[in-house]
Write a protein that binds this ligand. Structure first.
Ligand code: DGY
Length: 325
C-alpha cells in the first residue's frame, strides 16, 4: 500500500528529510499560517499519517473526515490539547508527541521570563533606546529601575513533571526555597529540595509562581481571581505552559490594581495575542510569543522524535512516545 503523509508546516531540520523518506507520497503545507480546517481536511484526505503543530485544531470532525485512512497523528510539540484524543483513540488513530527533548529549552525560557520581570529587563531596554535614560539627567541613581532579589525567595512550581523539575534544578543555582504542587508527589522534586504544599498555600507563600501543567479541565483557569488574591503584593506569575491555565482578565486586573507585582507570559488563552489587549499596555508584564521550545537544537530534536514515531509506525510497531492506546 502507498503510504501518504501530510505535514501542516515546513520543518526545516535534518530529520525532516528522513521523515519524508518513510512515505511514498508527501504533501507539506507551504504557508507560514496554518491550514484552515477545510484546507486540512482536503489536503490530508487519504493520508495515513499527519504531522501537526499545536495550532492545528484536530477536532473529532477532522479525524472522522480523514477516517478510515488516517492511522497516526504525530504532533510536533509535547502538548496535544489541540487534538481530540478520545476521538482519535475511538477511530484507532495513534497520537504521539515530543516529550523530554524540549524540557531544558522551556525551563530556560521560564528563567528568562523570571529574570526579565524581576530585573525589569524589557523596561530597562526601552528606557535606554527611547532616550529616557539620556534625558533623565543622571547615569545612575539609587532608585533607578529597582527590581528584586531572587536569593532566599520562595519559588512555587505548579506541576511536578519534567519541565517543573528542570525549573527546580535551575532554582538551586539561585539559592531559592522551592515549594511545589502537583496531582501527585514527585520524589524527583523532593530530591531537589522542593517541599510539597497544597495549591492555595503555594499561592500564598510564593514570591514567584511558575506554571508547568498541561491544559486539562482541572487546570483550566487554575490561576483565577481568588488565587491571585492569595498572592503577595510583591509576587509575580510566570506562564510557559498553556494560556488557558490563567484567567487573563483576572490577571490583568491583578497587575493593574497591584494585587501582584508582575507577570511573564509566553502563552495566552487566544494565540496570537491581540496587540490591543489591555495587558499589552502594562509595564510590569513581559510577553513572548509562545517560544518555549524555540531553539534550533530543540526544534531539531523534536523533528527527530517525530521521525522515530513515524518510523516505528511505518514498520508496524508501537511508536515510542504514544499518548493513546
Ligand atoms: C509544546 O511543545 O507543547 C510547546 O508549547 C511548544 O513550544
Amino acid at each position: 500500500m502507498e503510504l501518504r503523509l501530510f505535514v501542516t508546516r515546513e520543518i526545516p531540520f535534518p530529520a525532516f528529510e528522513s521523515i519524508k523518506g518513510l512515505f511514498q507520497k508527501v504533501d507539506v503545507w507551504p504557508e507560514y499560517r496554518p491550514p484552515t480546517k477545510e484546507e486540512l481536511i482536503s489536503r490530508a484526505k487519504g493520508a495515513q499519517a499527519l504531522v501537526t503543530m499545536l495550532e492545528d485544531k484536530v477536532t473529532c470532525d477532522v479525524i472522522e473526515a480523514l477516517s478510515p485512512e488516517l492511522r497516526i497523528i504525530a504532533q510536533y510539540a509535547v502538548g496535544f490539547d489541540n487534538i481530540d484524543l478520545e476521538c482519535a483513540t475511538k477511530h484507532g488513530v495513534y497520537v504521539t508527541n515530543t516529550p523530554d527533548v524540549l524540557t531544558d529549552a522551556t525551563a530556560d525560557l521560564t528563567w528568562a521570563l523570571i529574570l526579565a520581570v524581576a530585573r525589569r529587563i524589557v523596561e530597562s531596554d526601552a528606557y535606554v533606546r527611547s532616550g529616557g535614560w539620556k534625558s533623565s539627567g543622571t547615569a545612575w541613581h539609587p532608585t533607578m529601575m529597582l527590581g528584586f532579589d531572587l536569593v532566599g525567595k520562595t519559588l512555587g512550581i505548579v506541576g511536578g513533571g519534567r519541565i517543573g523539575q528542570a525549573v527546580a534544578r535551575r532554582a538551586k543555582g539561585f539559592d531559592m526555597r522551592i515549594i511545589y504542587n502537583s496531582r501527585r508527589r514527585h520524589p524527583e522534586m523532593e530530591a531537589l529540595g522542593a517541599t510539597y504544599v497544597d495549591l492555595d498555600e503555594l499561592f500564598r507563600e510564593s514570591d514567584i509562581v511558575t506554571l508547568h501543567v498541561p491544559l486539562t479541565p482541572e487546570t483550566q483557569n487554575l490561576v483565577n481571581e481568588s488565587r491571585l488574591r492569595l498572592m503577595k503584593r510583591t509576587a509575580i506569575v510566570v506562564n510557559t505552559a498553556r494560556g488557558k491555565v490563567v484567567d487573563i482578565d483576572a490577571l490583568y486586573r491583578a497587575l493593574k490594581e497591584g494585587w501582584i507585582a508582575g507577570a511573564g507570559l509566553d502563552v495566552y488563552p487566544t494565540e496570537p495575542l491581540d496587540p490591543s489587549h489591555p495587558i499589552t499596555k502594562l509595564s510590569n508584564v513581559v510577553l513572548t510569543p509562545h517560544i518555549g521550545s524555540a531553539t534550533r537544537e530543540t526544534r531539531a530534536k523534536m523533528a527527530e522524535l517525530v521521525y522515530r514515531n513515524l518510523e516505528a509506525f511505518s514498520r508496524g510497531e508501537r511508536p515510542p512516545t504514544l499518548v493513546n492506546e
